[in-house]
Design a protein around this ligand. Structure first.
Ligand code: HEM
Length: 555
């Protein structure tokens, strides 16, 4: 049998150049349809790449030992095979995506239909992917094919279908950048519905009413510190983007781990946090092609900055006590550790999952909230009438002034300011990608084929004049007659995958905004009156804001 196989191999290797080229081309087409198309290969880019290199190497050896070619000729023939195979794969992908794909009837730029590099190329220009998507909707309508297998759907009816209970969609491959193994990933990366549902319970305990009551005085202490730093500047402008960021991370260090980053106190960024911010730009650009981000993040040293942050979180976990005697955990991570140590089904399902959750805690809770603080103050400084109304509303609730200020009290106008800020500048501005179930789903009269990556573009829908009067204006009053659940307002998203830190974030934001309103008048101290701040924000999954110099004068 083996001599026969040997003979076939030699004949195959010695076939003429045109035959070799045609067979290699065909192999490219076949592998596209049998491997790349039906399977989710996004997380296996390196494995595929190395398999490809090894195959070329084996071909060279085969050409020398079995076919008897010289090394140079063997190399040339192997490269011909590789080139023809590549051409087969690429042509098959392009032709299929452009003309035969189930999404072919949906409008969108031709290049976006055939490759994610279209989105990456656009994102690389200004790192404002959410605006690129808004422009595409303006040009192509409500449903746009923004990638080969992605649709962006700018319709309120899509919010319910894609995100709300009962969830029929799952998270897209974008979330599998670390791994698909649930024992090694965070809550946010968990795509299996059942596992996610269980894990979320531990997080919800960490942000439940009992827990919030423990955190509130500690957040208030950080608000006091922020206000004292503003006072220290004695009316000289401060970069609010920076100070809100210090505040956001210091709060999360405290209620996340009972640790302090001391950023407000020192007036400088903690090295671990700098590592996180240094990686953000790459996420903004490479995140448009998940397989590439997953590939690059696995290159040794590529995430060197981020590793300082990883080390910090790891150390905090090591130092945490294993037991919580006679009292509730005092910070969020301890709620997760408690579940872990008690063998609760909601615990992170492995040591690495716990590590990932520790990082998720700081990352999701800080820049998101800080951005709202800075953006709210920007809008309020630009809209003095709204600021005066805010001040009046807060003063009414605290008649004699600061000493009687109660952070527990919900003041509707403060919430309207926060909601309006999150409408115009949502901290996570892009659409959150979900995958349609295998049987597909209907959005109004449109059938969305199974396996399509779908999302509602948060920034776009929250500024669409069809759904909002004076859509681009800052008008907190609009919320007097509007419900956040009924309007197409999704800054925390909805349903199973929604933000568990929402109530905590609202508590922080209410405290900061009402305290500043009670004590200070504000003005933008930029020559362009904040134009650059407004225009140059970057979409790095969360918003990365440019500096905003604000002057605070005591009332
Ligand atoms: C105004 C502030 C905030 C905004 C706008 C916000 C927004 C969001 C959004 C849109 C998501 C969904 C992300 C996705 O599906 O990929 C999310 C998830 C999450 N957020 Fe927030 N967030 C805020 C504050 C916080 C805070 C303070 C925490 C506390 C640590 C937090 C913890 C989380 C966690 C753990 C998740 C993952 C949830 C899951 O996978 O089910 N967030 N947040």
């Amino acid at each position: 049998m083996f001599p026969r196989l040997n003979h076939v191999l030699v004949v195959a290797l010695k076939s003429s150049a045109p035959v070799t080229t045609a067979v290699s081309l065909l192999a490219g087409v076949v592998s596209h349809h049998l491997v790349f198309r039906p399977f989710e290969i996004d997380g296996y880019a390196w494995q595929l790449f190395f398999t490809y290199l090894i195959t070329i190497f084996v071909l060279i050896i085969g050409n020398v030992y079995f076919a008897g070619y010289s090394v140079v000729l063997a190399l040339a023939r192997s490269l011909l095979i590789a080139a023809a195979y590549n051409a087969g794969v690429v042509t098959s992908i392009l032709v299929y995506r452009a003309f035969f794909h189930p999404l072919k009837r949906f409008p969108g730029p031709f290049l976006a239909k055939v490759s994610r590099f279209y989105a990456m190329n656009h994102a690389a220009k200004q790192v404002q992917a959410y605006k690129d998507i808004q422009n595409l909707h303006a040009e192509y309508g409500d449903i746009v094919r923004v990638g080969p297998r992605e649709l962006s759907i700018n319709r309120p009816s899509a919010i319910k279908v894609i995100y709300e209970h009962p969830t029929r969609t799952t998270r897209s491959p974008w979330y599998a950048q670390v791994s698909n193994d649930v024992t090694k990933i965070s809550l946010n990366s968990t795509r299996i519905l059942k596992v996610h549902k269980l894990r979320k319970k531990a997080w919800e305990r960490g942000f439940g009413f009992r827990a919030l009551a423990v955190y509130a005085p500690r957040v208030k202490a950080k608000v006091d510190l922020l206000l004292s730093k503003i006072a220290e500047h004695g009316g000289r402008p401060i970069d609010m983007t920076e100070y809100a960021m210090f505040f956001g991370f210091d709060v999360m260090g405290d209620i996340g781990f009972s640790k302090d980053f001391y950023m407000l106190e020192s007036g400088s960024e903690h090295p671990a946090i700098k590592g996180v911010h240094d990686s953000m730009l790459a996420i903004g650009v490479l995140g448009t092609a998940p397989w590439l981000l997953s590939m690059i993040s696995k290159v040794p040293g590529a995430a060197a900055g981020f590793s300082r942050f990883t080390a910090w979180c790891h150390q905090q976990l090591q130092e945490k006590p294993a037991m919580f005697k006679d009292r509730d955990p005092q910070d969020v991570i301890s709620w997760l550790i408690k579940a872990f140590n008690e063998g609760d089904s909601s615990a992170p399902p492995g040591e690495m999952a716990m590590q990932e959750d520790a990082r998720l805690l700081i990352i999701t809770g800080s820049d998101t909230t800080s951005a709202v603080i800075t953006n709210a103050l920007y809008f309020l400084a630009k809209n003095p009438d709204s600021y005066r109304r805010l001040q009046a509303a807060v003063e009414e609730q605290s008649p004699p002034g600061i000493n009687d200020w109660k952070y527990e009290k919900i003041i509707p106008y403060v919430d309207y300011v926060i909601q309006e800020t999150l409408r115009l500048k949502p901290s996570v501005p892009g659409g959150l990608p979900r995958v349609a179930p295998p049987q597909g789903l209907m959005i109004d009269d449109d059938f969305i084929p199974g396996g399509t990556v779908i999302s509602v573009p948060t920034y776009t829908i929250q500024r669409d004049p069809r759904f909002w009067t004076d859509a681009h204006d800052f008008r907190p009053e609009r919320w007097e007659d509007l419900s956040t659940e009924k309007a197409p307002w999704i800054p925390f998203t909805r349903g199973q995958w929604a933000c568990p830190g929402r109530n905590f974030a609202m508590m922080e934001l209410r405290m900061v905004i009402s305290r500043i309103a009670l004590e200070y008048n504000i003005a933008i101290a930029e020559e362009d009156l904040g134009e650059r701040f407004d225009k140059e924000v970057k979409d790095t999954f969360t918003l990365t804001l440019p500096p905003l110099r604000l002057a605070f004068s005591p009332k």
